[in-house]
Structures are given as structure tokens and as C-alpha cells.
Design a protein around this ligand. Sequence first.
Ligand code: SF4
Length: 378
Amino acid sequence: MKFASEFRDPAAARALLSAVAAKAEAIGASRANPVRIMEICGGHTHSIFRYGLDKLIHEGVEFIHGPGCPVCVLPMARVDECVEIAERPGVIFTTFGDAMRVPGHRKSLMQAKADGADIRMVYSPLDALELARRNPDRQVVFFGLGFETTTPSTALSIQQAAREGVTNFSVFCNHITVPEPIRALLDDPDMLLDGFIGPGHVSMVIGIRPYDFIARDYGKPIVVAGFEPTDLLQSALMLLTQIAEGRAQVENQYARVVPEHGNPVSLAAIADVYERRPSFEWRGLGEIDASGLRIRARYAAFDAEEKFGIGYGAASRNHPETPGCACGQVMTGKLRPTGCPQFGTGCTPDKPLGALMVSSEGACAAYWQYAGARVAAQ
Ligand code: SF4
């Protein structure tokens, strides 16, 4: 296949749906006793809803939406710290657009901007670095947020700033990693999962081998998948086939993009610039060992935590979430977005209560955008 349209071919999708149905029935999966597949990545959640795969697929296959949206899992206390930095005199705070409306305890970055803070949306950390070059009398801070997909570009920007000797550029680092929360989910006795659809973009960087523990230690299959409808259906079929054959392996459906051992240039940049934090707090999942990255001491001059005296300490974590918000339960697949009492009433995209309704990758936003009419009709 060469073109995106080939991955959206209705005949190919119908054939895969039939194959999935046959496999599901062969292993006795039913609505009452479904195979529970977690798609870790928020991009996959959106594809599933955009193409209606949750409704088209055999009733014995249930998609569980995982914690793979970096904006959604950021604790509110870290948003508070962003606001605190952004409101300092002389600071230009830069961020991807997704993070602008995420609620903090006091205010969101959008509200801080309305109150006068100089907060600007950028498309890349290199845009922030360029702002620093053009504004030598200001401190330009980039909100480093995201999984292994975005981590390399932040690392490369820091390396570039170091090479140029730029002294007014820094990164507020909130980069996180994917394998560790999967382990946390597997260790949760309430999580009854039969397999995983692995993230496509993250795996472009890290490859597929970091997922070996899922099959080896927990006996669960995982298939790294692309984002088109036939990618997801083929991945579901590969998972069901493993289950039917009693196998648990790491398989790569997205081999046209994902190399087995990842991208060596990106991995080298990550290793040069970052080290693991002992632990990091995830909204809805709590503290997870070694799941967050911080900037190494040799790049301390580019670390906003160092520059502004905001370390990752007690103030950064364990803050209560918004009352009535069920984001944590939705994020861990224990509740569907429509099961949250705030969905569509207290929480809408226009007035989000939780991050899952803000981010373009959030499960609640996906339900609202693609299944809103369906849900409203139920
Ligand atoms: S509907 Fe809103 S409050 Fe409820 S889980 Fe989703 S984002 Fe959180």
C-alpha cells in the first residue's frame, strides 16, 4: 500500500471486520465476556471514534482507552507551576496549543494570558529558541510536555541552544515515558486487560523492544499499530490471533514506519539531555517510578526548574483534582467518558472541567467530537 486512501478502503475494512468477528467467535468472546483491548495512545482513541470502529467491530471486542495523552495525565499542580513561571516579570512562556486551556487550581495558561502574562503558542521548541534569539532581554521558557514522540525535539533544541550559547532559553520539563505506566496498569488488580494496541508515534522513536516485558512478565500480547482504520482493525485481528493461539508477543503492525530498535539519532539526543526522575505523578495513576524525565546537570542552564527555583518537589504533586471530575477513572479505563456525571453538562469542550475534554487526544473530547450525537440519542 502506498497512499492513505488505501488504508481507508471500505472493502479492506469490511474483510478485516469479518476476520475479527470470526476470530472473536472462535475464542468465545461476546458482549458479556469481551476481549478487552487497551489502546494506549490518544491518537488511536480518536481514530477509533472518527471511523466508528467501536461500533463496527464485533461486540465481543471492547476498546479501553488508555492514558496516552500527555496533556491529560499532567497533574494540575504542574499547570499551577507553569502559570507561576509565566507570571514572572520578563518571562515569555511558550507552549503547544493543547496545553493552553488545561485547568490549574488557580487558572489555566489561557486565563493567565488574559490576565496579562506573555504566553505564546508555538509549533516547536525551535520556535521558542528563535524567540529567545530575538528577545535577548527576556527569559523565554518552553513548556516541554509529551511522550517520547516530542522528547527528542526538545532535547535537540537544548543542544542547539548550548552550542550557540543562548542564555535566555530554558525548558520546563514534563516529558514522560510510555512503558512505565503500562507496567503500572498491569500491576493494578482492578485492570482486566487482554492485550494492548501499542502507540505508533512513540514507537517510531523507541522501537518495539521496550514493550518486551508486557509479553514476557505479564503474558499479554501487544501490537504496535498505525492510525488508519485498517491499521487498527488489522492490529485487533493480530491480537485476537495471538490470544486464540495462546501466544503473548510484541508484534509490529506499523512496520512501514516503526523500526524495531527505534530512531538512533533521537535516542542519542534523549540520552544526552535527560535522565530519569525517581518518580513522577500522573493524573489518575498517581506516582509511577522512573516515568518522568528531567534535564541532566550538564544542561542545568537550560532547565527552568533550576532557573526559576521550581523543583519537582512536594508542591508539584498530590494536589486534589477538581471535585466531581472523573478523569482518573476514565484515564485508567475503569469508566467510559459518558459515565462521568459531568460529561456534557458540567464539562464540555467550550467549558472543560478536566484535561480529557481539553486535549485533542483526550478520550472525553473524542467521545464528544465523534460520538456526541450518538451519545445524546442514547
Ligand atoms: S467529562 Fe470532563 S470531568 Fe468527566 S472525566 Fe471527562 S474531562 Fe474529566
